[in-house]
Design a protein around this ligand. Structure first.
Ligand SMILES: Nc1ncnc2c1ncn2[C@@H]1O[C@H](COP(=O)(O)OP(=O)(O)OP(=O)(O)O)[C@@H](O)[C@H]1O
Ligand SMILES: C[C@H](O)[C@H](O)[C@@H](O)C(=O)CO
Ligand SMILES: [Mg+2]
Length: 493
């Protein structure tokens, strides 16, 4: 039986075939496609029909490769949702979480229920685009027409199999689940005038969803496909795919977002975790992903989009290496970088406002982005150790961003932790591990993680290596300018 992961991130999607051959986990990407949101009449939308078509195309291609039977797992980004009416049709197109409609919604909702109460109920970080805030802004007439509210991966599974579920790792990112009651929080649903029954029954990683109804797609010759529920939030699958063998490790799922955190057997909901805005997204097999969203590679993706010359990401790393040491501190978690019209101009404007040297060249800008992301990662590790009381010895960087050795080196230098980088397709790998466990080809997740460690080349960056001394000097300067910047910002306000 072949196993196929469908992993769709904000910037790209892919189908990856995986299996265990000669004691190694082998993966092969068989289909990749672009993803992204577009603006129509002032609103940002995803093209979810495009994503469904690309999944079916990928399955049809697998059939041409000789795949007659397979299992399939679907993971995507979180927080966005699909409204489905009585006939199983979408009530409206899928609005993207970077839309501006929720810019002020946290303020509106916290007039009815405090941040402290919401956090104590859910343990979820305050992101302006959480589903709680998106549904608050949703047109009432749309919700009245809605029979089912589904997350993006659950909707894709529904369109393939006709089976409707609410997978818990994605559902936890809505900020609507009560972490003690392990169900949707009635007070929050009431605030939204939404019934619990509008969400399909819960499902859990390892459950079976159903078979792809090939008759739904008469134009395609498809394999017999059994859909298995995986960590349908892409970060949940990415964490499952982290090749950690020892204890005291943290992960950084580095893609459009940088999700940095630890895996915990229980939620960590304290004054401190609220203050530093950490979240307790539900993980696979009853774990919790205690983590923080850092703006991540979105920044460099948007910088690249506004450059006159076309660079690939490896070339941008080369340009950064050639540039002089970074002289700016930029807190890229500032909301102004969430979705500016022009990221290059926004970075330069920030530096002017904070009386810092303004980066001009591609190399200077890229180095400034990578340097400051490494500082933010290192500060987060300090925060996680302080909040959780745990000592972190190593950081596993996985996802596309794990290919950025410039950041890997700098993160090791500043955080003073050993950094392991890879696999870049950890999300798809974790997705496949869950399928292998469901199909009894693996006994448990640790066996899967050990398999990943022995199957992929994982790079190691040691903080004590001489090459990092120069970096440490640069960072002292960058962190000093950060402190000055924060001081100037507060003084100005
Ligand atoms: N060769 C490379 N060198 C350096 N960085 C790279 C390289 N290839 C990809 N990246 C980084 O990886 C990022 C994409 O990561 P990834 O493929 O994990 O994202 P995604 O899965 O498409 O989106 P999401 O983060 O929403 O899941 C790019 O924005 C880029 O910064
Ligand atoms: C918007 C969410 O925070 C998002 O799903 C993030 O977790 C993600 O996209 C990780 O790839
Ligand atoms: Mg991804």
């Amino acid at each position: 039986m072949t196993h196929i992961a469908v992993d769709i991130g904000a910037s790209s999607g892919r189908l990856v075939i995986g299996d265990i051959k000669n004691g190694k986990l082998t993966i092969e990407e068989i289909h990749r496609f672009a993803n992204g949101f577009t603006e129509r009449n002032g609103t940002y939308y995803w093209d979810i029909d495009h994503l469904l078509t690309e999944i079916v195309k990928g399955l049809a291609y697998a059939k041409t490769l000789g795949v007659k039977r397979c299992t399939l797992g679907i993971d995507t980004w979180a927080t966005d949702y699909v409204l489905v009416d009585q006939e199983g049709k979408r009530v409206q197109e899928v609005i993207a979480y970077r839309d501006k409609r929720t810019e002020r919604t946290i303020e509106k909702i916290t007039k009815h229920i405090s941040k402290k109460d919401i956090y104590e109920k859910t343990g979820i970080q305050f992101l302006s685009f959480n589903t709680l805030y998106q549904l608050y802004e949703e047109k009432k007439e749309n919700l009245e027409k809605t029979k089912m509210i589904m997350t993006v991966p659950d909707y894709l599974g529904y369109k393939l199999t006709g089976c409707a579920v609410t997978e818990v790792t994605s559902a936890s990112c809505t900020q609507l689940l009560n972490v003690k009651e392990k169900d949707f929080d009635q007070d929050l649903l009431q605030l939204l005038s939404i019934e619990r029954e509008q969400f399909p029954p819960f499902s859990y990683p390892g459950d079976m969803l159903g078979y792809v109804r090939n008759e739904y797609f008469p134009d395609y010759d498809l394999p017999e496909t059994k859909v298995i529920i995986v960590g349908s939030h892409d970060t949940a699958s990415a964490v499952a795919g982290v090749p950690a063998a020892e204890k005291n490790w943290a992960y950084l799922s580095s893609g459009t977002w940088s999700l940095i955190g630890i895996e915990s057997d229980a939620p960590i909901i304290t004054e401190k975790s609220l203050f530093y805005n950490y979240t307790n997204e539900w993980g696979v097999f009853g774990t919790y992903r205690f983590l923080k969203n850092i703006m991540g590679m979105w920044i460099i993706q948007e910088v690249r989009r506004h450059l006159t010359k076309d660079y690939n990401f490896a070339q941008m790393v080369d340009e950064a290496r050639k540039a002089p040491p970074c002289k700016q501190f930029i807190n890229f978690n500032d909301q102004r970088f969430f979705n500016p019209d022009n990221m290059v101009e926004e970075i330069q404007k920030y530096c002017r406002e904070t009386l810092q040297p303004v980066p001009q060249s591609t190399g200077e800008i890229a180095r400034c982005v990578f340097t400051n992301l490494a500082i933010l990662y290192s500060l987060s590790i300090d925060e996680i150790e302080s909040i959780s009381g745990r000592t972190i010895d190593s950081l596993y960087i996985v996802g596309g961003g794990s290919q950025n050795d410039f950041i890997n080196e700098m993160t090791a230098a500043v955080s003073r932790k050993t950094v392991f980088a890879g696999p870049s397709e950890a999300t798809a790998v974790g997705n496949i591990l869950i399928q292998l466990i469901a199909e009894k080809k693996l006994a448990n997740l640790q066996e899967g993680r050990n398999l990943v460690l022995n199957s992929f080349s994982i790079k190691r960056f040691d903080p004590r290596e001489s090459g990092n001394d120069a970096l440490k000097e640069q960072f002292k300067q960058a962190v000093f300018s950060w402190i000055c910047t924060e001081y100037r910002l507060h003084k100005k306000n």
